[in-house]
Design a protein around this ligand. Structure first.
Ligand SMILES: [Cu+2]
Length: 158
């Protein structure tokens, strides 16, 4: 009896290994990213002065089946982040924290210099240009998805 159970476990283990070696099925991909969001061209621009916050820019798409509201963008190598937008007050452009960003289905919202961006505070001092960090987006309802972000020097082309 004991042998039979061991054999069954072994068979299960083999199946799991086989599954790992295959291309992820559509269902698996959906589990990893239940948000429907896509992120392209993501980059974190290191501050010119160490200790200052970094700005993160990217193209945020939505290939899901409905509009999605992004309410947080966390960066793995930063202690804290805020989502900012540039707004005009009395003729002066300043950046301010913004509320959730809605991405309509099949549309792209650009986080770009001069507009929306993610501000990353208290960066890990080990984070250097050429490295990759990770951004985790949280949408209304609580689903999350993570995306790679390349780290660029302060003077890199944006
Ligand atoms: Cu900002």
């Amino acid at each position: 009896m004991r042998i039979t159970i061991a054999a069954a476990l072994l068979a299960t283990g083999t199946l799991a290994l086989t599954a790992c070696n295959q291309e992820p099925a559509a269902e698996t991909a959906k589990e990893a990213n239940p948000t429907g969001l896509t992120v392209a061209n993501a980059r974190l621009i290191l501050p010119a002065v160490s200790g200052n916050p970094a700005a993160v820019y990217f193209d945020l798409g939505n290939e899901g089946t409905r509009a999605v509201a992004v309410r947080a963008a966390d960066i793995a190598d930063a202690k804290r982040t805020e989502m900012h937008d540039m707004m005009e007050y009395g003729g002066v452009m300043t950046m301010n924290e913004m509320g959730p960003v809605t991405v309509p289905q099949n549309q792209t919202v650009k986080f770009a210099p001069g507009g929306k961006h993610v501000m990353a505070f208290e960066l890990s001092p080990e984070l250097k240009a050429g490295a990759t960090t990770e951004m985790t987006l949280t949408i209304a309802g609580g689903d999350k998805a993570s995306f790679p972000v390349r780290v660029e020097a302060a003077n890199a082309a944006r």
